[in-house]
Design a protein around this ligand. Structure first.
Ligand code: FAD
Length: 466
């Protein structure tokens, strides 16, 4: 038996992985740097709610917690676009009625997962212990107790590094110089800051509840997701510098108010503590991390953000991390009956299958950054969205937009979704631009034209890239 597992990081990915592996009978030690979030008040200004969609729900379903998680969800049927005059229009995420994304509280979901993990007799959870170093070849890690400062070393048969975007485990792999480790980290020129639209005095939502609200302004953008208590968590995405409005220039409450009054006039009255929150809450960076290999010596594997942190513009970081657990579990199924699991082979097989997909969602998320802040406000993109929504409503089995392929069609991989979705986007934009999609054509004729053009683009790509 080599089934003693150490999981480092009890965030979203680590908790789900611990739960699933415990259900499979492994002996788990789950170690988390922070205090137990069920027992402490939450930090203000950390990403409070997230968009949960089909790939993430599949992971929760695998571990039997989907129904409980759904109780924390608020369906968001589309993007509610707000222009500078305060006009709004709802752009549905899909033409299919049953396709929507969900707003869910990050701590709420994490607590639910920890509650479930704690019910398992074969899991030990240790909080307040930060991983300081990892002995990669011998599968042991050393942790520092935040309170006593004492160090403890824990050994296992296999270690999973699920300690998030700034992973200490990954840093140990990078710095070990014991094997070739590729690593890239790319920062956006924008950072983010969270603000709050509180519930009204009688506990109601101050704007439409069932949408992801977007105020696209070219270089900057505001979004808001609903919470169960009637409030919205608002996130401002703004350049750090080199722009009229940027974090470096917004240095006084007057400037912040002037900026919001000009760019987001309909929001100002909804955020009573605007300047206080703007200066009180931290500004977070946004980056993409890619690395390889994810495993070291068949003793350790990176998963979730530790392996592939992405920018949040497709709302897929957590979803991808939960999908990691699903993909890993499918491969584990093949090995689970072995008396002595060949972790090395398992880890390699997992990375070979998964890496191209997490690379794809990382690239799609950067694309969507531009689409959300600029394109959602442009006429040709609005026309494209309308057409795609009509295709999906009228021909639900035949057409999936790129957004739907990524967000709702978990039966295909991110890399397939990227390939087909990009070709479709190019096809529709070309056809609209060339005036080949004419008003007098039936919707079916328009769809056939888009399909033909898409296939031609896919074919050309295959010829070009082999
Ligand atoms: P994390 O959730 O970061 O968990 C890592 C855990 O490891 C934490 O508990 C941390 O305390 C612990 N840890 C760190 N270092 C150590 C150490 N040295 N020792 C022990 N423990 C350690 N994703 C979506 O799917 N939808 C969204 O709408 C969405 N919105 C986002 C908005 C923003 C602004 C940001 C920044 C991210 C967003 N994401 C979204 C991405 C999502 O938050 C992450 O992909 C997800 O949290 C990854 O889960 P994880 O468990 O890998 O990492």
């Amino acid at each position: 038996m080599n089934k003693n597992i150490l999981i480092i990081g009890a965030g979203l990915c680590g908790s789900l992985l611990a739960l699933r592996m415990a259900q499979r009978g492994f002996e788990i030690t789950l170690v988390e740097k922070r205090p137990d979030l069920r027992k402490v008040t939450q930090d203000a200004g950390r990403s409070i709610n997230l968009a949960l969609s089909d790939r993430g729900l599949r992971g929760l379903r695998l571990a039997g917690v989907e129904d409980e998680a759904k109780k924390l969800c608020i369906p968001m049927n589309g993007r509610m676009i707000h222009d500078t005059k305060g006009n709004t229009f709802l752009s549905p995420y899909s033409g299919r009625k049953d396709e929507y994304i969900n707003s869910i509280s990050r701590p709420g979901l994490n607590m639910l997962l920890l509650d479930e993990v704690e019910k398992m007799a074969n899991v030990k959870i240790i909080f307040n212990h930060s991983c300081e170093s990892v002995d990669l070849e011998n599968a042991s890690a050393t942790f520092r107790n935040y309170n006593s400062k004492e160090e403890t070393t824990i050994s296992a048969d296999a270690i999973f590094g699920t300690d998030g975007a700034g992973s200490a485990v990954r840093k140990n792999m990078f710095e070990s110089h014991k094997f070739l480790f590729s690593f890239s980290q790319q920062w956006l020129s924008h950072g983010y800051k969270e603000l709050e639209i509180p519930a009204s005095e009688n506990g109601e939502y101050r704007t439409y509840k069932n949408a992801l609200h977007i105020w696209p302004r070219g270089e900057d953008m505001l979004i808001a997701l609903p919470n169960l208590d009637g409030s919205f968590t608002v996130t401002l995405f703004l350049p750090y510098e080199n722009s009229e409005y940027c974090f470096a220039n917004l240095t006084s409450p007057e400037m912040v108010h002037e900026y919001f009054n000009k760019e987001f006039p309909d929001v100002v009255e909804m955020i009573p503590n605007l300047a206080e929150e703007f200066f009180g809450n931290p500004t977070g960076p946004l980056g993409t991390v890619k690395c390889s290999p994810w495993n070291a010596f068949g003793k350790l594997l990176l998963m979730g953000d530790a392996a592939h942190a992405i920018v949040p513009f497709y709302g897929q970081g957590m979803n991808a991390s939960f999908e990691d657990v699903v993909v890993f579990d499918e491969i584990l199924e093949k090995y689970a009956s072995e008396e002595k699991i060949n972790w090395n082979n398992l880890f390699k097989e997992y990375e070979a299958l998964r890496k191209k997909d997490t690379d794809a969602i990382a690239d799609l998320a950067v694309d969507n950054f531009h689409e959300m802040k600029e394109h959602t406000a442009m006429e040709i993109f609005q026309k494209k969205r309308k057409l795609e929504t009509a295709f999906e409503a009228e021909f639900p089995e035949e057409y999936y937009s790129k957004y739907s392929l990524v967000t709702f069609k978990e039966s295909i991989t991110y890399s397939e979704a990227m390939k087909r979705g990009r070709a479709q986007d190019k096809a529709i934009l070309n056809l609209l631009d060339d005036g080949k999609i004419k008003d007098e054509m039936s919707l079916k004729e328009k769809l056939e034209l888009v399909k033909t053009e898409t296939e031609a683009i896919l074919h050309d790509d295959e010829v070009a890239f082999g």
